[in-house]
Structure formats: structure tokens, C-alpha cells
Design a protein. Structure first.
Length: 425
């Protein structure tokens, strides 16, 4: 009781111990558990344990790991640079370049499936059953690759078969990358993506089609082979336990993947390919620093939970930490956007409306990830899906839609995460 930051925490403990209001009235002379909790809270001196200091250099090592994940999130975009001449077709649809529809359809299918699959595998890992996580990935990843391929083929128009084949490879890569990322093999995935570095000279020189296709196939084959090697030991350790987390619990995470993925695609829709690609590159690279800042917020909140003595002090401190972390993420996103623009030959600087929209989308993504980390994934998914749907129906209303979604998520975040009980382990 000495570590409680609000009387309601003590009341919850009393009720969990089976102390009814009648027992409290007869034994302690208080009206109910809340009255007794307030009395105990006033009488017992606050004694919060000192927060354990992180190991020396821990934040630097965590930052390096998060930056590595951001890099492997962004590098697959180089595949589109290598494949561009191989995907040429005469006509596009819906005002988009030829081949865009099957590639987007396959990618979105993969995002949804693999986000839900990742949650299920991480849940098994949290339960200490790595074999069950491996089995979930072994069955789920190929199914996701097949689903993405089927959707891409179904949405391909005549003349878009090359794009559908590329989308099939994209779906297979997403499945393999999901396995490697969930099981903590980011460095192995980075090695598999190295052949895509051939896209850098392809920005200035015309590479032979055979070389382009060879680099793409080499990266894909390496990713799949590494995923298979990583899965084999975990599956051999024994059969997965029965039961486990319900599959329906992973559905909101898939929906969040759908909403956030569509928002990123909307950020990439611009007057020129260069402007849109710069926004997508910045958003994907920023996911590494975003993950690190989520850890920083979590650690800062736990530190204040152990050191502050009143709920009011805690609310103020956590709100300040939230503002600092979000501001830090938006600063990184802005810097990455400008760096991507300057690094791309002949790229125009983004206009102020596009820059504001990009930062608002970044706010939606970071706050959505934060809410997801604290279990409020359904709320985050709903807001992201509504924002993505609104931008699909009215593309010109991008800043207004993203701003509204950011405001709603900010309100939800403040309402949830300023409560001390939200940070209890």
C-alpha cells in the first residue's frame, strides 16, 4: 500500500482480497472499501522504490536495434526501383501508373495478415513457448504469402501480369521478413536485403534487365532461406501447446496494419513519383526511431510511477514526457523527409501543405503505435481506418482528415495514459 499513487489502487486490493463492504463496516467502522482505502492512503507513508537504472549504454544499444529495424523496413523499397523497367505496361487504372493496383492490393493484404500473425506469434513468445510461436509462423506465413498472391492476381488487368508476379514475390518476402523480425533476426534480414543495393546505381544508369531480375531474386531467395533456417530449430523442440491465445484477439492488430498501411500509401500519392517516394521513405525509416521513443516513454512513465507521490504530479509528468517523445519523433520525421528530398537528384522540396499532412500522418501513426502498445489497439485501428477511408473518398481533404485523426488519438492517449494504473506491469 505504501507504493500506491491513488486510493483506488488500495480499494482494488481490498476487494480482490475478498473484503466486502459489510465486513469492512463491522471490522473497521468504515462505510465501504473506498472509505477504508482513503483512510489507509492518508495514514500510510508513501515509500516508492528507486527505479532500477538501466545498464550502462542500454539506451544506445536499444537505439541501434531500433534504427536497424527502421532500416530493414525501408530497404525493400529499393526493389521498386530495380523492378520499374520490368513492370512497364501501356495503361494504368484509376489515375495510377500501370501495375499499381495489383501491387498495392497484394501489399495491403500482406500488411494486414502479417500484422495479425506477428501479434499471435509475439503472444506465444510472451507465454514462453517459442515452439508454438515458430509453429504459428510456419503455418501463418505461407498462408499470408498465398493470400497476397491470390489478391494480386485477382486484381491484375490484362497487361499487368509482370506487376502481379512482382506482387507475388513481394508477398513471399513479407512472409519471410515477418518470421525473421518476430524471432529477432534483424541482422540476418539486413544481409538478405544487401543485393537490393544495386538500386543505387540504377538511379543514374540503365542496368540490364537480367541483372535487375537477378538482384531481386537473390534477395528474395536469401530472405526465404533464412526464414526457413530460423524456423527449423524452434519447430523441432516439441509440439506446440494446445489452446493458447484466441485467434480473434489478433484481428484488431491486423486492422491497425490495414489503417496505418493505407495512410502511408496516401502519404505517397503526390504530383510526382519523387515527392511521393520521399514521403514513404521518410515514414518507413522513421519507424525505427519511433520504436525507440516508445520505449523511452514507457521507461519515463515507470520511473515517475515509482518516484512521484500524487496522481496529479504523475499526470503532469507523463503528459510532459508524452509531448517530448512525440515532438522528438516529428523532428526525426521532418529531418528524414528533408534528407530524402535532398538525396534524390532533382527532387523538389515538399510544399507546406504536404509537409503538414505528412507530420499529421506521422502523429497518427506514432500515437496509434503507443495506444497499441498499451492494449488500446481497437481504438487506434478504428481511428486509422476511418481516416484512411476518408482520405480515399476525398483525397483533397488530407490535412483535415489527418488532423482530425491526430486530435482524436491525442485525446484518447491523454485520457488513458495519464492514469497510473495504465502503467502497472
Amino acid at each position: 500500500m505504501a507504493v500506491a499513487v491513488h486510493p483506488d489502487e488500495i480499494a482494488a486490493i481490498l476487494e480482490s482480497d475478498g473484503m466486502t463492504d459489510e465486513h469492512i463496516r463491522l471490522t473497521y467502522g468504515r462505510a465501504d472499501s473506498f472509505s477504508l482505502a482513503e483512510d489507509l492512503y492518508a495514514r500510510v507513508e508513501r515509500r516508492h522504490p528507486e527505479p532500477s537504472a538501466p545498464p550502462s549504454g542500454a539506451w544506445h544499444s536499444e537505439l541501434a536495434g531500433c534504427l536497424l529495424r527502421g532500416l530493414v523496413f525501408a530497404l525493400p523499397g529499393l526493389a521498386y526501383v530495380l523492378a520499374a523497367p520490368l513492370l512497364a505496361a501501356q495503361h494504368g487504372r484509376f489515375g495510377l501508373p500501370a501495375g499499381t493496383v495489383p501491387m498495392l492490393a497484394g501489399a495491403v493484404t500482406g500488411w494486414v495478415w502479417n500484422q495479425a500473425l506477428s501479434h499471435r506469434a509475439y503472444t506465444w513468445l510472451g507465454l514462453g513457448d517459442r515452439a508454438a510461436a515458430a509453429r504459428a509462423l510456419l503455418t501463418g506465413a505461407p498462408a499470408g504469402a498465398l493470400a497476397g498472391t491470390a489478391v494480386a492476381l485477382a486484381t491484375a488487368a490484362p497487361g499487368e501480369l509482370p506487376a502481379a508476379v512482382f506482387a507475388a514475390g513481394q508477398s513471399l518476402y513479407l512472409a519471410a521478413a515477418t518470421v525473421l523480425l518476430v524471432l529477432g533476426r534483424e541482422r540476418a534480414l539486413l544481409g538478405a536485403l544487401l543485393p537490393l543495393g544495386g538500386a543505387v546505381p540504377a538511379l543514374r544508369w540503365d542496368l540490364p534487365d537480367v541483372l535487375r531480375a537477378g538482384l531481386l531474386l537473390a534477395s528474395l531467395a536469401a530472405s526465404v532461406a533464412l526464414a526457413a533456417l530460423v524456423l527449423r530449430p524452434g519447430v523441432r523442440r516439441g509440439a506446440a501447446g494446445r489452446g493458447g491465445p484466441p485467434r480473434a484477439a489478433s484481428l484488431p492488430y491486423g486492422l491497425f496494419g490495414l489503417g496505418s498501411g493505407l495512410l502511408v500509401l496516401h502519404a505517397g500519392v503526390a504530383d510526382t513519383l519523387v515527392t511521393g517516394a520521399g514521403a514513404v521513405i521518410a515514414l518507413t525509416l522513421s519507424m525505427g526511431p519511433a520504436e525507440w521513443l516508445l520505449h523511452r516513454f514507457r521507461y519515463g512513465a515507470l520511473t515517475r510511477l515509482r518516484t512521484l507521490t500524487t496522481a496529479r504530479e504523475f499526470r503532469r509528468a507523463v503528459t510532459g514526457t508524452l509531448v517530448l517523445c512525440l515532438g522528438g519523433y516529428l523532428t526525426v520525421l521532418l529531418a528524414l523527409t528533408l534528407a530524402a528530398t535532398l538525396a534524390w537528384p532533382g527532387a523538389p522540396l515538399p510544399t507546406l501543405p504536404r509537409l503538414v499532412t505528412l507530420l499529421l500522418i506521422g502523429t497518427v501513426l506514432w500515437l496509434g503505435l503507443l495506444l497499441q502498445a498499451f492494449g488500446a489497439v481497437l481504438s487506434a485501428a478504428t481511428v486509422c481506418l476511418l481516416a484512411a477511408a476518408a482520405q480515399t473518398v476525398h483525397p483533397a481533404a488530407g490535412p483535415l482528415t489527418a488532423g482530425g485523426a491526430a486530435a482524436v488519438l491525442a485525446a484518447l492517449t491523454c485520457a488513458l495514459l495519464v492514469r497510473p494504473t495504465a502503467h502497472r506491469a
